[in-house]
Design a protein around this ligand. Structure first.
Ligand code: COA
Length: 183
């Protein structure tokens, strides 16, 4: 398969909620666990109200998928102090979690991953405006010994902060979607 290198814009993307009618068999990623989640678990989780999965289509092909669910962050350490100074004394605060996010190997480094993160942030802001309080976007960044495949660096570039540093497996991260000017 030839890699097309041009960046993909949001206007070229069609977003569809996952259904049993989608053909997922051609989806490939260097992270096999994220392929098996999409093919084996995503729809079932959706039926059980555990998460929602959105497919990102470009010219009829699945370029990536984004799985979302609700979450909370327990306030500890620096984060607890940060909110205490704002007179916020709750033990935990509400969040929207990126449960899974994966770009098809054929479409890497064309901006799709960053667009999916921006879409999750936009959804969290919409929830805040119209449905329920939501302070953070959270995720567990998948670590990979190969730096070019380590999603921690991808999320750091998008301003996510590390909640607990872990070298292997996954590292929990968060983004505070409320700017200081909003307070
Ligand atoms: C991590 C992942 C989502 C990135 O998707 P992508 O579409 O290739 O990323 P983008 O093209 O949107 O890149 C956005 C920025 O992050 C940078 N970036 C992407 N992957 C990076 C990495 N592994 N390390 C450092 N920077 C990275 C890009 O250079 C780009 O910056 P630029 O626009 O200034 O050049 C993709 O590699 C992937 O799906 N990996 C497998 C699954 C996974 O690890 N998912 C995340 C854990 S849930």
């Amino acid at each position: 398969m030839v890699h097309e290198k041009a960046r993909i814009n949001s206007e070229e993307i069609l977003i569809e909620k996952l259904t049993g009618k989608h053909n997922l068999t051609n989806f490939r990623s260097y992270e096999p666990e994220l392929v098996s989640f999409l093919i084996e678990d995503a729809l079932n989780n959706q039926k059980q109200n555990l998460s929602l999965t959105f497919l990102w289509l470009y010219k009829g092909r699945i370029t990536g998928y984004l799985t979302l669910l609700t979450d909370r962050i327990n306030l500890e350490g620096d984060l607890k102090e940060f909110f205490k100074e704002k007179d916020i004394h709750y033990k935990s605060l509400p969040a929207l979690k990126i449960g899974r996010l994966c770009v098809h190997d054929d479409f890497l480094r064309r901006g799709v991953g960053a667009l999916m993160v921006a879409s999750a942030i936009q959804i969290a802001n919409e929830i805040n405006q119209t449905k329920a309080g939501c302070r953070f976007v959270t995720l567990d960044a998948k670590r990979n010994p190969d730096k070019s495949k380590d999603s921690l660096h991808f999320y750091k570039r998008l301003n996510f902060k590390t909640l607990k540093e872990r070298k292997k497996g996954t590292t929990p991260m968060y983004l505070d979607i409320t700017s200081p000017n909003d307070n």
